[in-house]
Ligand binder design. Structure first.
Ligand code: HEM
Length: 184
């Protein structure tokens, strides 16, 4: 795969303005994050369950819902700890999460509003507890970085599949996309 997750993470940090101060702030709230993770998972899966299409995906496999709840809590906690200070392990994990969603066929139309729900619910909780605005800002930035990983996985996997199947060059593929977008 052409995309280097670590490089991609650094680019996104720069683009989002995700700073060392944000990282320190998130780390200082890691325990607090863990105390609200389960409640956030409840909101998240209640939201997915209200949508018939996403609800079908969630219940398509035995034990999936339970597994997902656990992985969500883990994912949520990692946003605060950064795993390895938001380095290679963090980038590889976010890339892997993206690939898992691509494999299952969960697209941007599902993931973007789902992440908006996380941001909104965390925001509600932060306001209710009178937490500092800087924490909400830092969380918003890391959520958008994680979201970008899932979205980019789509683009990378789809392009790589077409290039592999057809033997087209990247240049030709880009021209075809530009032409196709122009005719839609
Ligand atoms: C905020 C957006 C989302 C986050 C952060 C998230 C997080 C995760 C994580 C951490 C995993 C585990 C990946 C692994 O096994 O390595 C996962 C898997 C999965 N997610 Fe999501 N997810 C999101 C959106 C969605 C949406 C919108 C759906 C739609 C139903 C969904 C359904 C699934 C399914 C079906 C799996 C695989 C479960 C299994 O069978 O093991 N996710 N997700």
């Amino acid at each position: 795969m052409a995309l280097d997750p670590h490089e991609f993470l650094k680019t996104l940090e720069h683009r989002s303005g995700f700073t060392n101060d944000d990282k320190q702030l998130l780390l200082s709230y890691a325990d607090w994050g863990q105390t609200i993770a389960s409640e956030m998972a409840d909101h998240f899966y209640a939201y997915l369950d209200r949508d018939p299409e996403m609800s079908n995906i969630l219940t398509a496999k035995e034990g999936r819902m339970h597994r997902l709840r656990e992985t969500f809590i883990q994912w949520f906690h990692e946003m605060f700890t950064g795993m390895d200070n938001w380095d290679k392990a963090y980038a590889d994990r976010r890339w892997r999460i993206g690939l898992v969603h691509v494999q299952i066929g969960i697209g941007p139309q599902h993931v973007v509003p789902a992440m908006a729900t996380v941001v909104q619910e965390v925001g509600n909780r932060l306001r209710a507890e009178g937490k500092e605005q800087a924490l909400q800002d830092a969380l918003g930035r890391i959520c958008m970085i994680d979201l970008a990983f899932i979205e980019q996985a789509y683009v990378e996997v789809s392009s790589a599949a077409v290039l592999r199947e057809t033997g087209w060059s990247e240049g030709l593929f880009k021209r075809l996309i530009a032409t196709g977008a122009g005719t839609m």
